[in-house]
Design a protein around this ligand. Structure first.
Ligand code: SF4
Length: 376
């Protein structure tokens, strides 16, 4: 297939849904109860709700939304650090738009900007580097966040700053890694999953081989998936097929972009710049060992955590917010008592309502305000 319409073809979707139905019924004969498949990536969650895929699946197949939205997992304490940086008179804080409305303890970046902090929206780390070149009398800090998808861009930009001898450019790294988060989820005895739809964009960088531990150690099938509706339906079918045949492997539905070894140039750039933190705090999930990336000590001159005084506090989530349970896949947004009332995309109380990739925002945007029982 070549054109986007082909990946949304209703006839092919119907055929896939019939095949899914057959496999689900076959598995259900031996294993009563719903089959729970976690889509890790927020981009998949968005597609599932935009195209109403979860309503088309048989009742015995449940999609559970995972922690793969980079904005949703930003803890309030890290946002407070970014706000404290931006409030320093010499600093320009450069941030992606998605992060602007993520609540800290008292403020968002947007509110801090309204109070006078110099916060600029950028579309890439290179935009932040351009700001540093254009304002040599200021200190420009790039608020870096995201998974392996965005970490290589941060790394390559920093290497460029180093090459060009730019001394007023800094990184506040909040980059995180997918696999440690999955292992933390799988170690939770309360969470019962039958398989995973693996992240497409991250896997372009990491390759499929990095996930072998999921079937190997945890006995769960994983299918790396693209982002169009037929990609996701085919991935669900592939997971079910493995379950029906008693297989447990990493398979690649997104072979038009993802390769076994991934993007080695991107991996080398990350290895040249970052090292793993001992532990990193994820919003709602708590501290996960070796899940975050910080700058290597040889690059301390560019590290905002070294060069600036930051509060560095751990701040609990809003007490009404169920983001943690949603990111762990044990609750749905409609289980949160403030979903769609006190918490909306205009007034988000938690980060899952901020990003379009967040589960709460997707449910709200596509009208999933109550449980499926109210559907026709
Ligand atoms: S609806 Fe809002 S408060 Fe509730 S879990 Fe989602 S983001 Fe948190």
């Amino acid at each position: 297939m070549q054109y986007v319409d082909e990946f949304r073809d209703p006839q092919r979707a119907r055929a896939l849904l019939q095949a899914i139905d057959r496999l689900a019924s076959q598995i259900h004969q031996d294993r009563p109860g719903p089959l729970k498949i976690m889509e890790i990536c927020g981009g998949h969650t968005h597609t599932i709700f935009k195209f109403g895929l979860e309503r088309l699946l048989p009742a015995t197949v449940e999609l559970v939304h995972g922690p793969g939205c980079p904005v949703c997992i930003m803890p309030r304490g890290r946002m407070d650090d970014a706000i404290a940086l931006a409030q320093q008179p010499s600093v320009i804080l450069a941030s992606f738009g998605d992060a602007m409305r993520v609540p800290g303890r008292r403020l968002t970046l947007l509110e801090a900007r309204a109070q006078g902090a110099d916060i600029r929206l950028v579309y890439s780390p290179l935009d932040a580097l351009s700001l540093a070149q254009a304002h040599p009398d200021r200190r420009v800090v790039f608020l870096a966040l995201g998974f392996e998808t965005t970490a290589p861009g941060t790394a390559l930009t920093l290497l460029q700053a180093q090459d060009q001898g730019i001394g007023n450019f800094f990184i506040l790294s909040n980059h995180v890694l997918v696999l440690p988060a999955l292992e933390a989820l799988l170690s939770n005895p309360d969470l019962h999953l039958d398989g995973f739809i693996g992240p497409g964009h991250v896997s372009v960088v990491t390759g499929t081989q990095s996930y072998q531990v999921i079937p190997g150690r945890y006995g769960k099938p994983m299918v790396i998936s693209g982002f169009e509706p037929l990609d996701i339906l085919q991935s669900v079918w592939m997971v079910l097929k493995q379950l029906a045949e008693g297989r447990c492997q990493v398979e690649n539905q997104y072979s038009r972009l993802v390769q076994s070894q991934g993007n080695q140039i991107a991996q080398q750039a990350m290895a040249a710049v970052f090292e793993r933190r001992h532990s990193f705090e994820w919003r709602g999930l708590g501290a996960i060992p070796a899940s975050g990336l910080k700058l290597q000590s040889s690059l301390a001159a560019y590290d905002a955590e070294v060069q600036f005084d930051l509060p560095g506090n751990l701040v609990a989530d809003h007490r009404a917010c169920a983001c943690g349970d949603i990111l762990r896949g044990v609750k749905k947004p409609w289980d949160c008592r403030v979903f769609g009332t006190a918490c909306t995309p205009e007034t988000p109380l938690g980060a899952c309502m901020v990003s379009s990739e967040g589960a709460c925002a997707a449910y709200y945007r596509y009208g999933r305000l109550a449980q499926i029982t109210s559907d026709p």
